[in-house]
Design a protein around this ligand. Structure first.
Ligand code: NVA
Length: 205
């Protein structure tokens, strides 16, 4: 398992490795995290198929993994991001072409979250982007998942975040600590999902 920066490096590792290589996060995607998130959906929403997940924030590695999940499950993924911070268009197109779930991009988060089963966010400045943090705070105005946004989503909506969160930036203390927040259950599920991935690699599951 490798947690790297450049996605090309994990592809190279996989090309030359004789053992399975698990992507522990790259600047392109974070598949292990999304498996934990899907497990958390099973425990909260009760299913992964036939759901609406609204990712609010930067079209980053987590957004790409949500898009890729929609190629495998009937999830309608909406990525609500500021203009200029969209996810990779080829990833979105490939997910839609799979004909399972759907992926769409919105610039209107309060509208996008309506009826969501899960409202999800992640930091606005990922690894390698910390120097842009101040500029991003200005550009992401209106994209903070706060209590008003959760209310706009509706009472059925669960709140997920891959953590670590920057409270007061992409979300608020009130949302992270709310009854609809499942961020710590989700964090524990990283371990259970990871165990399942290892069993799969060993041919035991
Ligand atoms: N988007 C974040 C995810 C951290 C789990 C980052 O890449 O820093």
């Amino acid at each position: 398992m490798a947690r790297l920066f450049a996605h090309a490096d994990i592809l190279e590792l996989a090309e030359f490795s004789t053992s399975p290589v698990v992507n522990g996060l790259t600047d392109y995607n974070h598949p292990c995290q999304i498996m934990a998130d899907a497990l958390t959906m099973l425990e909260t929403v009760g299913r992964v198929d036939d759901t609406k997940v609204v990712y609010v924030g930067d079209g980053n590695n987590i957004a790409h993994s949500w898009a890729r999940l929609a190629a495998r499950f009937r999830v309608d993924v909406v990525i609500a991001c500021p203009k200029g911070y969209e996810p990779d268009p080829a990833t979105v197109a490939a997910a839609n072409a799979a004909g399972v779930g759907t992926v769409s991009v919105s610039h209107a988060p309060m509208e996008a979250v309506k009826g969501a089963d899960v409202v999800y966010t992640d930091v606005w400045a990922s690894m390698g982007q910390k120097a842009e943090a101040a500029e991003r705070i200005a550009r992401f105005k209106g994209f903070q998942v706060d209590e008003a946004m959760m209310a706009a989503a509706g009472p059925q909506a669960w709140f997920q975040h891959c953590l670590p969160a920057e409270r007061g930036v992409e979300t608020t203390d009130a949302v992270v600590e709310s009854a609809r927040s499942v961020v710590f259950q989700e964090a524990e599920n990283r371990m259970h999902a990871q165990n399942a991935i290892m069993l799969h690699c060993l041919g035991l599951a």
